[in-house]
Design a protein around this ligand. Sequence first.
Ligand SMILES: [Fe+2]
Ligand SMILES: [Fe+2]
Length: 358
Amino acid sequence: MTMEKGAMVTDIKPGQKVKGLFCVASKALRTAKNGSPFLTLTLLDKTGNIEARIWDNAEAVNGEFEKGNIIFVEADATEFAGRCQLKINRAERAEAKDIDPADFLPESPADLEKAWRTCRKAMNEVADDILCAILKEIFRHRETSQAFRNAPAAKKMHHAYIGGLLEHSASLIELARLITGKYSQLDRDILISACLLHDIGKIRELTWEHPPIDYSDEGRLLGHISLGVQMVDLACVDIGIKTDNEKVRALKHVILSHHGQREFGSPVLPMTEEAMVFHMIDDLDAKLNYLAGLKASMEQEEGCSWSTYQHLFERYFYLSNNRKNQIGETMDRRGRKEPKSAAAQPLLWDMDKPTGNK
Ligand SMILES: [Fe+2]
Ligand SMILES: [Fe+2]
């Protein structure tokens, strides 16, 4: 029998007493200004994540559970820097047999059956024989198509939930359709194939069977861009198409360049019209999805129109037009003031760290 999940992240408000099971997404032992150690944690369940601190007995508690474990927590919900945070009074590891993993994996809010129909239809509409054959070869494997339907598109940032890759891919197909309707010079088959295959390497880059969503060893070492190109090449070999065929090369160029810049993980810059357009729509869909998530998390905090400082974008966001403006003291009226602690970071949109791949 599984243990009761208890409190859900999305329902937690400052001032509440909290009891429940949460997945440890990150854990670090730090030292406070007064010299005493404390544990800083990110806890998650399928509804979101929340920062937490353990002040008492931190060193001893640190050894009792690891990242990825499910823990039972008793805590006080407090407010820190405008965000809800848990001050944990008791934390102990729960037995794997007592938990339902589905409670801890966030799911896409989109209609995934509809998204899959969009992808299937787009696949069938690809007129180019070579691109059509590559798509059919890759997706005919049940394991691959099943993983494509379930995989998240990222560990965090955009579409970081079960079904995220499918939702993102279907959304890009819709955008590619709109744009190719307007700009007839674009190769629609290349763009549609890229929508389906540009992030296909994420099915090997990420792991999601057990919470939290994380990188596989292969994913960290090779990254989804090279894994995706490898999958395309392998499909070509299996069906007897030369890997340097012109269409194959055009598709691989879009996959390789879709992050837009070398420092964001692309080994080459977008150098075809299709690659330029694809990078733009991929970036657009990812960023708007990130902002939708940010807005949803802010809606839990009443009267909040300005986001917390978003280091990745080096700005605050004003995300509500139906609420009273609540500009905080730490922010100027244009939302541009940068906190002293904020280190400027490049916009590594599809990456976890400047040196790693997401
Ligand atoms: Fe990507
Ligand atoms: Fe993408």
